[in-house]
Write a protein that binds this ligand. Structure first.
Ligand code: FAD
Length: 360
């Protein structure tokens, strides 16, 4: 035999905000849970990457977690949960959501490869192989941390960490920590660590702070910039890179404490720290790279979706469809890499993929 244990119409890969939204919409459009579609998730329990967020990230300090379709977040976590850890509240919400809509989530199932198999796609996971007519990929970014290469990195005798390794500032007491990066995570971790120990903040370009609220129109414009990139086949950039950093009360307090003094990027890593182009050096125990994530898409490599510019040319109403293989949708990717974007992308992908699969 072919070893194809299970045949489905659609395999959704990943059960974060994007995968659950896609599942909800596939079901609403008539696909039967199980035979019509399944959701395969590598995580041991509900919550997507929210399960892994550091403990001090609370509902007060996240930007905002948008409701999944059909079930308000506050129905599950209440309205007084500001101090609750996001890594507990969001998984509780997703767990309730999966049950409420009886979503066919299978876990832990990590998809290793998706390969073309005639008119179908072969979805190979650790414990099962599926044959699907189309896929909605919703694997997020948490599994693809990005650290830019700098000369000397292999010589460094201190600790090299990424945002995703961060648990608590106390772990750094007495050590000099260089926080690298200009995004929201860099600023939040710098805030916490600088209360405990000496820090240096380094960013590639001068950070742009944004006073006042970020309007809906400006938000749409920022998302459109990312959307234009992926439609052109360029790798997506983060939405924050185009929206700037919000000046929160925490940021104002950091300014007052004098910890928001940014240094330009060093050019080299030494055995015991970093060196700038002018020869200046700094001794450091920890390099904490808050330099973001890439999309976790390695398992899609056999589909050869990438073009010459290193990105995947995306098409469709919300740019969720891979132009080179219309059976493949990417949600939570590029312009939809936010909880609200993931919601919308799930709806668009479900509609367009089913439309496509209906064609003779
Ligand atoms: P994820 O939540 O990452 O879910 C992906 C799922 O896919 C995981 O369960 C993973 O196990 C699974 N998976 C991965 N690879 C495979 C595989 N090969 N096979 C099977 N399963 C796989 N956005 C906001 O809108 N508001 C915020 O406040 C906000 N705060 C953030 C804070 C931090 C620190 C970070 C890093 C991001 C934040 N974001 C926020 C962005 C956020 O990541 C997205 O908005 C959204 O939660 C991502 O959802 P997702 O479904 O795309 O991915």
């Amino acid at each position: 035999g072919t070893g194809l244990a299970v045949q489905v119409d659609v395999a959704v890969i990943g059960a974060g905000q994007a995968g659950l939204s896609a599942g909800y919409h596939l079901q609403r459009r008539g696909l039967t849970p199980g035979r019509g579609y399944v959701i395969l998730d590598a995580s041991p329990g509900p919550g997507g990457a929210w399960r892994e967020r550091w403990p001090s990230l609370t509902l007060n300090t996240v930007n905002r977690v948008h409701d999944l379709p059909g079930l308000p977040f506050t129905d599950v976590v209440g309205t007084q949960a500001g101090e609750v850890q996001a890594s507990l509240a969001v998984p509780a919400y997703f767990a309730e959501y999966e049950q409420r809509y009886r979503l066919p989530v299978y876990r832990p199932v990590r998809v290793a490869l998706v390969t073309p198999h005639g008119a179908r796609l072969r979805v190979e996971a650790d414990r099962v192989t599926l044959s699907a007519r189309g896929i909605i990929n919703a694997t997020g970014t948490w599994d693809a941390p990005y650290i830019p290469p700098y000369p000397g990195a292999e010589r460094f005798r201190g600790r090299t960490l990424h945002t995703r390794d961060y648990r608590t500032a106390q772990a750094f007491a007495g050590q000099h920590v260089v926080v690298i990066g200009g995004g929201i995570s860099a600023v939040q971790l710098l805030d916490e660590i600088s209360r405990v120990t000496d820090t240096t903040w380094v960013t590639r370009t001068p950070p742009v702070f944004r006073d006042g609220p970020f309007g809906e129109e400006a938000g749409r414009a920022a998302v459109r910039l990312v959307e234009d990139r992926v439609r052109a086949g360029l790798p997506p950039n983060s939405v924050v890179s185009v929206t700037g950093l919000p000046v929160t009360p925490a940021v104002q307090a950091m300014r007052a404490r004098g910890v928001l003094r940014r240094q330009e990027m060093f050019s080299e890593i030494t055995e015991d720290g970093v060196r700038w182009p002018d020869g200046r050096t700094l001794r450091a125990d920890v390099l904490l790279w808050c330099t973001g994530f890439r999309s976790a898409l390695d398992h899609l490599a056999p589909l050869m979706l990438r073009g010459e510019d290193g990105g995947i040319v995306m098409t469709g109403r919300l740019a969720t469809q891979a132009a080179r293989d219309p059976r493949v949708h990417l949600v939570g990717y590029g312009p939809s890499a936010s909880t609200i974007g993931a919601n919308r992308a799930g709806a668009a992908a479900a509609a367009e993929l089913l439309e496509f699969l209906k064609r003779p």
